[in-house]
Each structure stands twice: as C-alpha cells, then as structure tokens.
Design a protein around this ligand. Structure first.
Ligand code: ZN
Length: 400
C-alpha cells in the first residue's frame, strides 16, 4: 500500500465491530463511507441528469473504461476536458478497468450490459486472443478488432481523468477450474505491476489506483492474491472475481478475504449491492460498493423494497398494484413515493413509459443511499448489528 494525500486520503472515523465509517478524500471532493456508487457506465446514470444524482446524496459515480473507449472514445473525451467536464459531474469518479467487460466477451454478451436486450441481431463482440500482453477482441459496436492490455486500460483511464483508476485484471468466472484460476490470478498480478509501472511514469497526478484481489472461490488463491496485492504500491483495494454460486458461498469467500487485507485501506467490493449484501458486507468492513442492481431493476419495472422474502424487490408491473393508492414504499422520501401512487407507476411501467424508468431509478437509488446512510449513522451510534438485523428482517432503512 502507499499513502499519498495528493492522490487519495482515507480516514476511518468510527468503528462498530468490523464495520466502520470513514471519509475518502479524492481530487474531486469527499465521499462518506460506507458508500454505494451508482453506475454511469457510458457516462450517464441511465435516465438521470447529474444534478439529480447529486441531489439524491451521491458523491461518486462509476464510469466504464471499456464502454467509454468504444464510444465515444477516450481521446474524444480527453479532448473535451475529461470525463468530469464531459458529463458535467463535479463529484468523484471511479473507473472500472475494462477487464471484466473484455473477458465477459468470452463468457456472455457484454453488449447486454448497456443495451439491455438479449438475442438481438448485430455485431456481437468476441474474444480473439488472450495472451500475456493483453486481450484482442472484436468491438460489439462495429466488429472492428481492438486490443486492450494493462497499459491501454491505464491510458484510457488517464485520458478520462477519473479520481480512482482500477488495475486491468481478469475476472475469473465461477466455472473456471482451480488450475485456470491459478494461472489467471498470477497473470493478473503481473498485470498489476505493469499498470503501476505505466501509472508511475504517465498517470495523471491526483489519480489514485486500486489493486484488485482475485482468486475465485479458492482459499489458497484468495490468500496469495490478498498478500500480493496488499504489498503493491496501491491506494486502495477492490475485491473482484467470482464469489461463488450463491450468497452463502459469497459470504464465505468474503469472510476469508476481507480480514487478509490491510485494516486501514479503503476496501471496494466490485459489482455487489443488493440490500442484504450491503448490510452483511458493511458488517465485514467493506467501505465502497458498486452495482447495476438499482438502475437495472428500474428499467425492468422493479422497485427495491423492505421485502426479504422477495429478494427485497417489488414487481411494479404486478396486477395486484393496479388500484393500490399507496406509495411504492411507505416512508420513502424519493420523488416517486412522495408524489405518486403504486397504481400510477404500475400503469406507467406496463405502458413502458420512460417516466416509469425514471421514477423507479430515482426510487431505487434513494433506497440504497438511505440504506448506506442509515448504516453510517448506526455505526456511529454503536448499534450497527441491530440496524443490520432489522434491515435483514424487513425494516425499511429509515425505520431500522
Ligand atoms: Zn421511493
């Protein structure tokens, strides 16, 4: 680990068991932790303007190296003053390295991630070659051959000007065996060194770099990766890779991994953020989460709700809501709940009105912002366990 306040400062403010609150000082303002980070994959939190995202209480968003490089291109964004200026967002930005998306081309259709459709005709991306140097692939947009390795990923993130860059890695899938995961994790470690070497020479001053712990579900690999990544000159640590087939296995991998990481380092869990995950893993000492869930569910007519038996979801398109004059969730301060009935949003969602997507996205992001805000208050008051149990048992964040 390195400590360089000109890039990033992390101060832990209160502890309650392993859970903690803190302040992450980036080159674009401070972020209170534990924090949830909404995805602005393609340079926008889908359906919302940046002032709305800030108005919900968010201090950081996540942009995506892979998608932004394919369109509109990192040079284009660089020429227009970097990602903050391009999207008019004054807060902090963390950028994903693109490793997850590049490797997803081999395992699934990454264009679904932004197009939100499946099985459509057109140019689907494909992996052409994975080598020590990096990955050759075909763009899902135009079929043109592209290459991305550690230096390319860091170069793109430098042009975007994010406050926190992530190192280029391979996110090993659950079905990868021990041998493949071991070789992949070793290569990810060599790529970590190349990323840091490039960033030392050419990275923007003020940009922090987080390393990524891999190792899949294999205890020995998680141990060696945690040790190797913690020893590197990084400003913080993300936990990536498959965490297993279900929530029990995920909890097992994280129970093992988190205590192996330096206690005072900011810890980011990649791609996880359902309400029960946030409660459980804040309890383990994770500081930052990002996840597609609130925005993706919003596009699919689903509201987050204190309903543990239904995976904390309310299907707004359900006929049962057709004449329901209550809000999506009682007590929710979001614009959808403050101003509209379930019946109205049900009707909009079934009619596929854009307004339904916007209202549900505003609601879902409000729900998670209130959840992490409540966690911070509970940690400060020394009652996090009580808050967590109430939330897991079905209390809304503002009642827990
Ligand atoms: Zn609401």
């Amino acid at each position: 680990m390195r400590t360089d306040p000109s890039r990033l400062e992390f101060q832990i403010q209160a502890r309650d068991g392993a859970a903690r609150t803190g302040r992450l000082r980036t080159s674009h303002g401070e972020v209170s932790t534990p924090a949830f980070i909404p995805l602005a994959t393609t340079g926008a939190v889908r359906g919302l303007d940046t002032d709305e995202v800030a108005g919900l209480g968010y201090e950081m968003v996540l942009g995506n190296t892979f998608h932004l490089d394919l369109r509109p291109g990192h040079e284009h964004i660089g020429k227009l003053g970097g990602l903050h200026r391009f999207m008019n967002w004054d807060g902090a930005i963390i950028t994903d390295s693109g490793g997850f998306q590049v490797f997803s081309l081999a395992h699934g259709n990454v264009s679904d991630e932004i197009k939100g459709r499946r099985g459509s005709a057109g140019n689907h991306g494909a992996i052409l070659d994975i080598a020590e140097e990096g990955v050759r692939f075909r763009s899902y947009l135009d079929g043109v051959e592209r290459f991305m390795g550690p230096e390319e990923s860091m170069g793109i993130q430098a042009a975007l000007g994010s406050d926190i860059a992530l190192v280029f890695d391979e996110c090993t899938p659950y079905h990868a065996d021990l041998d493949y995961t071991a070789r992949s994790t070793e290569r990810t470690h060599r790529w970590l060194d190349r990323c840091l070497k490039w960033h030392d020479r050419e990275g923007p001053t003020g940009q922090a770099v987080f390393g990524i712990v891999q190792g899949g579900v294999h205890e020995e690999l998680r141990r060696s990766s945690a040790e190797r990544v913690s020893a590197a000159a990084i400003d913080g640590i993300s936990i990536g890779g498959t965490l297993g087939r279900d929530k029990d296995e995920m909890a097992g991998v994280l129970d093992l991994t988190v205590p192996l990481l330096p206690g005072d380092a900011p810890k980011h869990l990649l791609g996880i953020g359902e309400p029960d995950d946030l409660l459980n893993f804040i309890g383990l000492g994770i500081d930052v989460f990002d996840c597609a869930v609130p925005t993706r569910l919003g596009r699919h007519g689903v509201a987050l709700a204190p309903r543990p038996d239904d995976r904390f979801r309310l299907n707004v398109r359900s006929r049962e809501l057709a004449e329901d004059e209550g809000p999506l969730v009682e007590g929710c301060p979001c614009p959808a709940c403050a101003r509209h009935t379930r019946a109205y949003i049900h009707y909009l969602a079934r009619a596929e009105e854009l307004t339904a997507v916007r209202l549900l996205t505003l609601h879902n992001l409000t729900y998670l912002e209130r959840l992490v805000r409540g966690a911070r208050e509970a940690i400060e008051a020394g009652r996090f366990d009580e808050y967590k149990q109430a939330g897991l048992n079905g209390a809304a964040p503002w009642d827990a």
